[in-house]
Each structure stands twice: as C-alpha cells, then as structure tokens.
Design a protein around this ligand. Structure first.
Ligand code: SAM
Length: 233
C-alpha cells in the first residue's frame, strides 16, 4: 500500500507533514483547522489481510506491557513486548529498527544520555527517533502546591527531582535542554525537528503561560541540507 498523500483525510483526521516512511508504516503529523496539532498518526503500509511485524514495545513495567499485549491482541496486531530499562537496550540488536517512538518517559530516569546512546545504537542508518520530554521549566514549580493555591511560585533550582513517596507516584527527574537535545547530538543524531506542546489548562496551571512539553525528531546519519537559494550565495 502506498503512503497516503499529505492533506488527505482518514477517520476524520487530516494528514499533515509526513514524518517518517518505514517499511512497515508511515507516520504523519495531524493538522486541524487552525494548523498542526500535537498528534501523530501511524498508518501501516500493508496489503489487505497482511499483519504488521517487528514492532516492539519496550517498558520497565509489567503492567504497562500487559496492557500493550491486551490491546495488540484485541486489534489483531503483531507486537513483541520486552521488559527492561530504557538506558540498557541490550535485549535489542544493533542497527535493527527504522523508528523509535519515545513518548514522555525519560522523566523517570536520572540520566538521559545513556538512553540517547542506546537509541542511536539500535537504529539503522537513516532511522529516526521521535522523542517527547518535559519542558525543563516545568520543574521550577511545586505543582501540588500550585493546584492547592492557584499560585505558581518559583521554588526549585534545576535540575530537580520530585520524590513522591506519599502517594506512591514514581520519582520524577528534571533534565536540562543540554542533556535532552545536546545529548541526542552527542550520541550522533542530527536533530531535524523541534516542536513545543501544551497540555490542557485544567491539567497544569503552567499551561496558561508556557508550553509544557517538547518533542524532537532526530535522524541517525547525515541529513541533506536544502539547496541554498540564489540570494543566499
Ligand atoms: C508516559 S508512559 C508511556 C507509556 C506507553 N509506552 C505509551 O507510549 O503510551 C511512560 C512509561 O515509561 C515507563 N518507564 C519508567 N521508567 C522506565 C525505565 N527506566 N525504562 C523503561 N521504561 C520506563 C513506565 O513504566 C511508563 O509505562
């Protein structure tokens, strides 16, 4: 099946920028009436009756993996679930993936640089890493307090880790942009896209003042530079 055209509509969503064309799937940014949305859609590149293969869900949590298994079985998708720490992907072969989708999850590890190095290792040349992470400024504030008082008060020097033993939520770690973006570059990636994203106002008081999350697109390998326009020479 050929990748659908940018601009076409699928299930009520309009396809925007084509972010990745893999052997298994194409990934598009979605657009709404006012422009790009903070959403992507993955469209399997399969013929009728074919099943996808070679998709791995990697997570530290057995509970998360069992939910992934449940949904994959329900939808008839081929999915391999692998349990492990994102900083050590030794269960996965080098140069064996076309695409890594790393949703906002490195907030749970103290050091993100090994994660970028491992992502670089397991991607094939030309493979892409789509990563989401928190805006570092999120951790300047005590969000539990902000929810109680309605006031955002700068409280923490960065980087900061939030230990939430009382309600059993996991410890969260802030990371600098130098570690998040510079760390990808240091691992060997070319960062070719950067997007800022909001939550909903009800989700965080900070949302009214600043984007809360950041996403990057990075490529393993050299990226062709667009030809310079006449006036640039
Ligand atoms: C925001 S959820 C993303 C869940 C799911 N993979 C998705 O894409 O929707 C973050 C996930 O990171 C996982 N996680 C936390 N620490 C981890 C680690 N050190 N290595 C791998 N996964 C980890 C959590 O178990 C949780 O499922």
């Amino acid at each position: 099946m050929r990748a659908p055209e940018t601009g076409s509509e699928i299930d009520g969503f309009r396809l925007g920028e084509l972010l990745h064309v893999g052997t298994m799937a194409s990934i598009y940014r979605l657009v709404g009436p006012k422009g790009p949305l903070p959403l992507i859609m993955k469209i399997p590149r399969l013929g009728a009756g074919e099943r996808s293969a070679n998709v791995v869900s990697f997570d530290l949590s057995d509970e998360q993996l069992s939910r992934d298994r449940e949904v994959a079985d329900r939808e008839g998708l081929a999915l391999e679930c692998v349990r492990g720490d994102m900083a050590d992907l030794s269960a996965l072969s080098s140069a064996s993936f076309d695409l890594i989708f790393h949703p906002v999850s490195n907030v749970f590890v103290s050091d993100v640089r090994p994660v970028w190095r491992e992502c670089f290792r397991v991607l094939r040349p030309g493979g892409q890493l789509l990563a989401g992470f928190m805006n570092p400024s999120f951790f300047l504030f005590d969000h539990d307090e902000a929810e109680r008082t309605g006031m955002l008060v700068v409280k923490h020097r960065l980087p900061y880790s939030v230990r939430r033993t009382a309600d059993l939520r996991p410890t969260e770690f802030s990371h600098s942009l130098e570690d998040q973006i510079g760390g990808q570059i240091a691992a060997g990636f070319s960062v070719v896209g950067l997007y800022e994203d909001h939550w909903l106002d009800g989700t965080s008081p900070l949302n009214r003042f600043s984007p809360v999350a950041i996403a990057t697109r990075a490529v393993k390998g050299d990226v062709e530079q667009p030809a310079a326009a006449d006036g640039d020479r």
